[in-house]
Design a protein around this ligand. Structure first.
Ligand code: APR
Ligand code: PHB
Length: 391
């Protein structure tokens, strides 16, 4: 087999890249380890920046997004049992849209099917070779048969646990990593959201987030210890803790319903530099992980792919290598901005286990009040939250 761009991973990054390349007449092959059903049902975050929804729309992927996506013009901070609104759109001119990551994935897979795209699921033993030279090769086992795919370029879109990052020579890559002393317990519940806008809550017991998926599905999160087992969290305990952390003095109540999905996710910040070597380009979670408090993971993946697809387009249409050569530097500027914002949001809203005397909590409350009171501070949150493109 031969292709122009060999893509490892059919998450949002790999799928979107193959679709954008197809629109430019560039051939690609996507190799995914998991089944199609697994990829379609994996529950992840669901807040899209306007830059991401614009990109999806321009790529012809906006029909269902425009029908079912919930457009938000503000976000709520809750602390001291009161609510403070950050008017995102008033401050930045931009909106954000709630639309689950698996819906994005479903839409791209459907578009790839219509176009006869080569997306292979349940592929085993994917390996990458020759990326330092002119003729990289992907090897894999498809339907029990070993195959070799000659590529012009390889895109490593295989997530945090993928193999492409390690295909970069060890002496070339530098990893930056920070682990947090807490995790998120996330649930999906069949109940109408008790809020029109996302609520980020700071409480003595820890952070809580009320998000949503649709008019009758709510998505909620609780800060827990990373060593917690989900078995210790009955539905009653989860609702009780959410009621406690999200509670207000103005009569607001949290509607409860059957929980149909729950899990605990660790939080980390992670970046590999550079994001490219020779003919190998990393994108999305393969290159960087952010803690979810800033809602940046999927948006960063989409931003990488936009830059990469444009770089391949100018290479194939005009023979220019400039976009490809500048890929890592361009992406890393946005990645580090998002890392800083995600770290800032995380430290603003989570209770630190080491804060035994309450000094940090008081600093956090002061900072929260400042963000709620000062338009300048609120605008800093707003312009980063809706997606900031560094110069
Ligand atoms: N061979 C083939 N496929 C692989 C391999 C491998 N060795 N290793 C991993 N994969 C696949 C995974 O099964 C997964 O489907 O690569 C895909 C990577 O997808 P994601 O993890 O969703 O990463 P990405 O596409 O970069 O999307 C980033 O995911 O984690 C969230 O918050 C993050 O929303 C962001 C998004
Ligand atoms: C979600 O809806 O899953 C979600 C929203 C905002 C976040 C994180 C997750 O910051």
């Amino acid at each position: 087999m031969r292709t122009q761009v060999g893509i490892v991973g059919a998450g949002p990054a790999g799928l979107l890249l193959s679709h954008l390349l197809h629109l430019q007449g560039i051939d690609s092959v996507v190799l995914e380890r998991r089944s199609e059903s697994y990829v379609l049902h994996r529950v992840r975050a669901g807040l899209l920046e306007q830059g991401t929804t614009d990109l999806l729309r321009e790529a012809g992927l906006g029909a269902r997004l425009d029908r079912e996506g919930l457009v938000h013009e503000g976000v709520l901070l809750r602390f001291d049992r009161a609510t403070h609104r950050i008017p995102l759109t008033e401050m930045t001119g931009k909106t954000v849209t709630v639309y689950g990551q698996q819906e994005v994935v479903k839409d791209i897979i459907a578009a790839r099917r219509v176009a006869g795209g080569k997306v292979y699921f349940e592929v085993d033993d994917v390996s990458v070779a020759g990326t330092s030279g002119e003729a990289p090769v992907l090897r894999a086992v498809i339907d029990g048969t070993p195959v070799e795919i000659e590529c012009d370029f390889v895109a490593g879109c295989d997530g945090f646990h993928g193999i492409c990052r390690d295909a970069m020579p060890a002496g070339v890559r530098k990893v930056f990593e920070h682990e947090y002393p807490f995790a998120w317990l996330g649930i999906l519940a069949k109940v109408a959201p008790s809020t029109d806008e996302l609520i980020y809550a700071f409480h003595d017991n820890g952070f809580a987030l009320h998000s949503l998926r649709s008019p009758d599905v709510s998505r909620l999160y609780l800060q827990v210890d990373p060593s917690e087992s989900i078995d210790n969290w009955s539905d009653e305990r989860i609702w009780g803790e959410l009621r406690n952390r999200l509670g207000t003095d103005d009569g607001w109540t949290l509607a409860e319903g059957p929980i149909f999905e729950k899990g605990i996710t660790a939080m980390r910040s992670f970046v590999v530099e550079p994001m490219q070597h020779g003919r190998l380009f990393l994108a999305g979670d393969a290159a960087h992980i952010v803690p979810p408090t800033g809602a940046k993971g999927l948006n960063l993946a989409a931003a990488d792919i936009k830059v990469l697809a444009e770089a391949f387009t100018s290479f194939y249409s005009r023979g220019s290598r400039d976009g490809l050569d500048g890929y890592s530097e361009t992406c890393l500027r946005r990645v580090w901005r998002a890392q800083d914002f995600s770290y800032w949001m995380t430290s603003l809203l989570h209770r630190a286990p080491e804060d035994t005397d309450g000094v940090l909590a008081r600093l956090q409350l002061s900072r929260l009040r400042y963000v709620a009171d000062s338009p300048a501070a609120a605008k800093t949150l707003a312009e980063n939250y809706v997606g900031y493109t560094p110069a």
